[in-house]
Design a protein around this ligand. Structure first.
Ligand SMILES: Nc1ncnc2c1ncn2[C@@H]1O[C@H](COP(=O)(O)OP(=O)(O)OP(=O)(O)O)[C@@H](O)[C@H]1O
Length: 266
């Protein structure tokens, strides 16, 4: 049930991600050199760059999987070394597709978003099972819950990974080429869905994509910032309506209702 408090506006424009003169090298090979940028609450940032420009490396640093060789990263105002609140960040890595024989079900994959990284199988509390149902329901994949993840189509898998990323009601979603290998129609539906989530569900996005058309149509024709071979297209939070704080159940239910009304879909 929605309470008054959940509708109260929250402070906007808080920095969610800050990079200060960040560099990264694989062994001796520099990949990222001296990048500084910040993402404010509710911004939508599209990251574009040629193959090998370092986009995935950049995202992996932001989610703490790689350590910068120089510079500083802050998440939600805290230095990344001290940041513990990883549940606030949903991450959908590149090339998620599973081997058809991989034994996990869709439900197990979605639930694993609640636990520490790399823990796919774990005893699940009743409350966690309900969160999982909500996320499956919101992505319209509840009927696929018992199927092996590897038996799903690319588009269905993408919905499952999005449900996994959404299960903790994240404030920040980081997506690495989320529509690779998905047909054009499903891609369009997916972009409608994430635009809707951005505009109505108070989520900040950082997304790598090669889809220039989608990026330009939503975020503008010109990059707001460029660093080496990487360009950043941004829709700022102040272009949107006032922030509204929502809880997971409300947020996912609304998303589902919007999808049922045909406003968004995948
Ligand atoms: N684990 C690794 N060890 C060594 N070099 C790596 C490693 N991962 C990536 N690289 C190299 O770092 C560079 C940047 O890779 P990255 O995957 O970040 O690029 P990208 O911009 O995401 O590329 P794409 O658009 O092809 O996905 C590439 O030259 C790549 O070969």
């Amino acid at each position: 049930m929605l309470t008054k408090q959940q509708h109260q506006p929250i402070a906007c424009h808080q920095p969610i991600i800050e990079l200060e003169e960040v560099s990264f090298a694989y062994e001796q090979k520099p990949v990222i050199e001296n990048i500084s940028f910040s993402v404010q609450e509710r911004d939508f940032v599209g990251v574009i760059g040629s193959n090998g420009a370092g986009k995935t490396t950049l995202l992996r640093m932001i989610v703490g999987l790689l350590k910068p060789t120089a510079g500083a990263i802050r998440l939600f105002g805290e230095p990344i070394q001290q940041f513990k609140d990883w549940n606030r960040i949903g991450y959908v890595p590149q090339k998620n597709s599973f081997n058809p024989l991989f034994p996990a079900t869709v439900r197990e994959v979605v639930q694993s978003g609640l636990y520490n990284r790399n823990k796919l199988f774990k005893r699940v509390s009743k409350a966690d099972a309900i969160k999982c149902d909500e996320a499956l329901h919101a992505m319209k994949i509840e009927d696929l819950a018992g199927k092996r993840i590897g038996q799903l189509s690319g588009g269905q898998q993408q919905r499952a990974f999005l449900a996994r990323a959404l299960i903790n009601n994240p404030a920040l979603l980081i997506l690495d080429e989320p529509t690779v290998g998905i047909d054009t129609e499903t891609q369009e539906g997916f972009f409608h869905l994430i635009k809707h989530m951005h505009q109505h569900h108070n989520i900040t996005f950082l997304m790598v994509s090669h889809d220039m058309e989608m990026i330009r149509s939503y975020l503008g024709q010109q990059p707001k910032q460029q660093s080496g071979k990487i360009k950043f297209y941004v829709k700022h939070s102040h272009d949107l309506e006032d922030c509204v704080e929502t809880n997971l159940t409300h947020s996912l239910r609304e998303l589902r209702q919007s999808m049922e009304r045909g406003k968004v879909g995948v």
